[in-house]
Design a protein around this ligand. Structure first.
Ligand SMILES: [Fe+2]
Ligand SMILES: [Fe+2]
Length: 448
C-alpha cells in the first residue's frame, strides 16, 4: 500500500489494535498505511504532501523510531501537521515529541474524543471542501484605515473562540490599536484566504522597498520594512521547540516562505518553485533546506540592506543543487567527517551548481551566479572551490553562507537542546570565515 498515491490521510507505524480503535473515524477516509522503514523511505523519496495535510504516526514500526519519522516528515514537508498517537503513556513525552517535529500528540484512550474530532474534521474537509481552520499570520506593515483583502480575527484563549476584527476588510481606528498591541503575537485569517494573504504581504514588502512619491521618506520605509521583517524572521527560526505555540510557529514558517517566493515572483516574474523542479526533477520540489535558506537569506537582505533581496532568495534556492549523491545533507560544520574523496567532491559543488544551472538553461544574472559560486569562500582565503582573496568575495556570498549555516543550526536535532540565536551566531562567526563587517550587520538583526 506504501506506493498508493491517492489517499486522504497517511498513517505510519500503527499497530492493528490502534487501527481498530479508530476504525469508525478512519473508515470515512482513504487511508494509506506505512509499516516499515522501507515504505517510509520510498514514500519520502517519491511523493509530496501538500501544506495543511495531516500525517498520523504511532510507535509500532520495528525498524524506524517514531521520532525519526517525525524529523523526516517535518523537515521535508512544510506546513504539514504531524500528529503522534499512542496508547503507551511511557512514550508520551511531549517535550521530546515537539523537539522532533510533532505538532500535536494524543494519548489514548484519554484523548479519544479530540482525536476522532480531528479525523472527522479532515473527512469533512475532504468531502465538502470545507476547511474550518484558521491560520496564524503576521500582518506586514499594517496602517490604520487600511483596507485588507481578507478578514482578520484574533483568538481569545479563555473563550476558545475567534473574533473578527475587520469589517469587509476595513479596520477601524480602535481595532487597529488592538491589533498594534498584538503585533508581537499573531492574528488569524481563514485558511482559504491564505493565498490572498501571501500576495498582500509580498506587495506590502515591495512597496516598502521602493522609492515612490507617496510622502513617506525612504528612511522611514526602510525602518518599517526592517521591523516587519524582523518579526517574520523570528517566526522562521522559532519553530522547532520549546514554544508554547508550536502550531502557530509552523504556520508562520510556511507564511514566510510563501511570502518570500511571492515577493520574488512579483519582482522578477520568475516562478522559483517551477524552476527548482525543472533542475531537480519531479518529486523533489520540497527540497526543504534550499527553500528555508532562500527565505532566511532574503529576509536578512531586506533587514540589513546587503544586496538585493530577490538575488539572495534565488541564490539561496539554487546554491546547493550541485551537491550530488553522498553529501546531500552535509553541512559546512561536518565536512571534516567525510572521506577525502567525498570531501574533494563536495568542495566542487558551488561550481557544479552554477554549471548545472547553465546546462538546464536557467538564466541567472551574473550577480546571482557569483553569489552561488562563492558561498563557501572565506575571508581568510581558505575557502573553496577557488580559495579567493577576501576582496573578491561579495557581501552577498557571505550573507548566503550565514543563512545556510543558520538554517542548519536552527533545525531540530534528536536529543540536542536548541541553540539560542546568540549561540548560533557565535558558532557561525567562529567557523565560517565570514567578513567581520558582514557579521556585524547581520548580528544586529539576528541576535535577539
Ligand atoms: Fe553549499
Ligand atoms: Fe547549503
Amino acid at each position: 500500500m506504501g506506493a498508493d498515491k491517492n489517499f486522504d490521510v497517511l498513517i505510519i507505524g500503527f499497530e492493528p489494535g490502534l487501527v481498530t480503535l479508530l476504525s469508525s473515524s478512519l473508515s470515512k477516509l482513504k487511508v494509506n498505511s506505512l509499516t516499515t522503514r522501507g515504505e517510509v523511505e520510498h514514500f519520502l523519496e517519491h511523493y509530496q504532501i501538500g501544506a495543511g495535510s495531516t500525517v498520523f504516526v504511532s510507535t509500532a514500526m520495528q525498524d524506524m523510531p517514531f521520532l525519526e519519522v517525525a524529523q523526516a516528515f517535518s523537515s521535508l514537508f512544510i506546513g504539514v501537521q504531524i500528529v503522534f498517537v499512542t496508547t503507551d503513556r511511557m512514550k508520551f513525552q511531549i517535550t521530546d515529541l515537539k523537539k522532533n517535529g510533532f505538532s500535536e500528540s494524543f494519548l489514548l484512550p484519554n484523548d479519544m474524543k479530540i482525536l476522532t474530532d480531528l479525523i472527522d474534521d479532515i473527512a469533512l474537509s475532504k468531502t465538502s471542501g470545507i476547511k474550518k481552520r484558521f491560520k496564524a499570520v503576521k500582518l506586514i506593515d499594517l496602517q490604520a484605515g487600511q483596507s485588507l483583502p481578507f478578514e482578520v480575527s484574533t483568538f481569545l484563549p479563555a473563550n476558545n473562540k475567534f473574533i473578527t476584527l475587520t469589517s469587509s476588510g476595513q479596520l477601524s481606528e480602535k481595532k487597529f490599536e488592538v491589533l498594534k498591541k498584538k503585533s508581537v503575537n499573531s492574528v488569524y485569517i481563514e485558511a482559504n484566504n491564505i493565498e490572498k494573504f501571501y500576495e498582500f504581504a509580498a506587495e506590502q514588502m515591495i512597496a516598502l522597498g521602493q522609492a515612490t512619491n507617496d510622502g513617506v521618506s525612504q528612511t522611514e520605509k526602510s525602518a518599517r520594512l526592517q521591523s516587519n521583517v524582523r518579526q517574520l524572521f523570528r517566526s522562521v527560526l522559532d519553530t522547532s521547540a520549546g514554544t508554547s505555540d508550536f502550531e502557530v510557529g509552523r504556520d508562520l514558517l510556511e507564511q514566510s516562505k510563501a511570502v518570500v517566493s511571492t515577493y520574488v515572483s512579483k519582482k522578477t516574474g520568475l516562478d522559483l518553485k517551477g524552476q527548482l523542479k525543472q533542475v531537480l526533477g519531479e518529486g523533489q520540489d520540497s527540497y526543504a533546506h534550499a527553500q528555508s535558506v532562500s527565505t532566511i537569506a532574503c529576509l536578512i537582505s531586506m533587514a540589513t540592506g546587503i544586496g538585493e533581496p530577490e538575488d539572495l532568495a534565488i541564490a539561496g534556492l539554487f546554491h546547493d543543487i550541485g551537491i550530488q549523491g553522498i553529501a546531500q545533507d552535509v553541512s559546512i560544520f561536518d565536512i571534516s567527517k567525510l572521506s577525502e574523496d567525498d570531501r574533494n567532491n563536495y568542495k566542487l559543488h558551488p561550481l557544479v551548481s552554477v554549471n548545472l544551472l547553465k546546462e538546464k538553461r536557467i538564466t541567472l544574472t551574473a550577480k546571482i551566479s557569483d553569489i552561488i559560486l562563492k558561498h563557501h569562500e572565506r575571508f581568510d582565503g581558505k575557502g573553496f572551490p577557488e580559495q579567493l582573496a577576501a576582496h573578491r568575495i561579495p557581501q552577498e556570498a557571505y550573507l548566503l553562507a550565514y543563512a545556510d549555516a543558520l538554517e542548519y543550526l536552527s533545525r531540530p536535532k534528536p536529543g540536542q537542546a536548541k541553540l539560542s540565536s546568540l549561540q548560533m551566531h557565535e558558532l557561525i562567526s567562529s567557523q565560517l570565515g565570514i567578513a567581520p563587517e558582514t557579521l556585524k550587520s547581520i548580528k544586529a538583526f539576528v541576535v535577539v
